[in-house]
Ligand binder design. Structure first.
Ligand code: SF4
Ligand code: SF4
Length: 120
């Protein structure tokens, strides 16, 4: 059985650790994370899978350049219960931009301050 941390069960502190995503795409290509397979079914046990990362893009990732990526399931009502929704890395304030995103955009010469920043 796959174990998933449900967002509503997380501590307030853990929920506050979410970062402002700069849409660099790094984690959706490289993080090993539990994702929902069929968006129509939502996060039920038989519909979860491991996205292994390893440089492969998540099946829900859209876009083709750092700063321009987006998640196709981001607006689903169940998204808040997924591990992706509370991806927090090592930031310690919810209003901080993701430092990995800052690094990746800098590497690709995309200015973070020009990006629309989102926290979910
Ligand atoms: S589900 Fe969305 S946020 Fe999560 S890894 Fe896939 S594209 Fe990224
Ligand atoms: S900015 Fe951070 S949270 Fe957003 S895609 Fe990049 S690494 Fe992931």
């Amino acid at each position: 059985m796959t174990e998933v941390v449900i967002y509503s069960q997380m501590s307030k502190r853990a929920r506050e650790m979410r970062v402002k995503c700069l849409r660099c795409g790094y984690c959706c290509h490289n993080a090993c994370v539990v994702i929902v397979d069929d968006p129509k079914k939502g996060p039920i046990e038989d519909n979860l899978k491991i996205h292994t990362g390893e440089g492969k893009s998540c099946q829900h990732l859209r876009g083709n350049k750092p700063g321009g990526y987006s998640c196709a399931v981001h607006d689903e009502p169940w998204y808040a219960d997924t591990p992706c929704a509370h991806h927090g890395q090592i930031e310690n304030r919810p209003d901080m931009p993701c430092r990995m995103g800052v690094y990746v955009l800098k590497k690709h010469r995309v200015k973070p301050q020009l990006m629309e920043m989102e926290s979910d």
